[in-house]
Design a protein around this ligand. Structure first.
Ligand SMILES: C[S@@+](CC[C@H](N)C(=O)[O-])C[C@H]1O[C@@H](n2cnc3c(N)ncnc32)[C@H](O)[C@@H]1O
Length: 226
């Protein structure tokens, strides 16, 4: 399968995000736990690829000034709806996680949950460099990335480079997915002073079509600072 153009990818994301299993997705318990541990003093948060706004809402409710970006119009509509009532303290923008227009050293918290692996290795590296650039020096980051055990079987996808596939079927058909190995983490995030990563194997989400995992629903949850 050929690489899709950006407009084609956005169309697929719009359709996928409108699917009710994603539209109604509740916040991830790991993100809730992470937010619960944050310092009381709330400041500026960014959710890269904010989807239905499920995580930004949690932050807005405890007083953070929230920004969400996504390149799917459907996601922007859903996030704006989720954040209605918090218009004074939130902004929801169309944007690409590989290059944003935010000033450097700006956000005290950046979330990138199930997002920045949607591309080739180079796209993931660009997203990480962008996170590093716009994160406040004292800021924190939470990223989730799928592990190689989450990659599909040969017959389900086309491998377009090492560790990157384009799915042949399902709601994310045509979207590139990059899967990481544990040993990639230190290299990918080498510009951060503090990296802590946890490997998690989750049950397949009920009611959600297994999008790519043929082996295990393996994820790395990575906390960064500095
Ligand atoms: C799997 S969803 C995760 C959404 C959200 N982070 C969550 O946890 O519910 C991935 C989201 O990233 C968005 N996305 C994919 N590639 C993007 C890009 N290059 N720039 C901005 N958003 C992108 C999609 O539109 C989609 O809403």
């Amino acid at each position: 399968m050929r690489d899709l153009t950006v407009p084609e990818q956005k169309e697929i994301w719009d359709r996928r995000n409108a699917n009710e299993s994603f539209r109604d997705l509740a916040p991830d318990p790991r993100v809730l736990h992470y937010i619960g541990d944050l310092p009381q003093q709330s400041r500026r948060a960014l959710d890269l690829g904010c989807g239905n706004g499920r995580h930004l809402l949690q932050l807005a409710e405890i007083g953070w000034r929230c920004t969400g970006i996504d390149w799917s119009t459907e996601a922007l509509v859903q996030t704006r709806q989720a954040l209605s009532g918090f218009e004074q303290t939130t902004s929801v923008l169309n944007g690409d996680f590989r290059r944003t227009t935010f000033s450097g050293n700006y956000f005290h918290l950046i979330l990138a949950i199930d997002v920045i692996h949607h591309g080739k290795r180079r796209d993931l590296e660009r997203a990480i460099a962008e996170i590093k650039r716009i994160k406040a020096i004292s800021g924190d980051v939470l990223v989730s990335l799928p592990g190689m055990r989450n990659a599909p079987a040969e017959h389900q996808a086309d491998w377009i480079e090492e560790q990157t596939v384009v799915l042949r079927n399902g709601l994310e058909v045509g979207i590139p997915h990059h899967f990481i190995k544990e040993e990639d983490i230190g290299k990918l995030f080498r510009t951060f002073r503090k990296i802590s990563a946890e490997r998690v194997v989750l049950p397949m989400p009920p009611g959600v079509e297994p999008l790519h995992s043929m082996h295990e629903n393996e994820w790395y949850w990575i906390r960064l600072s500095g």
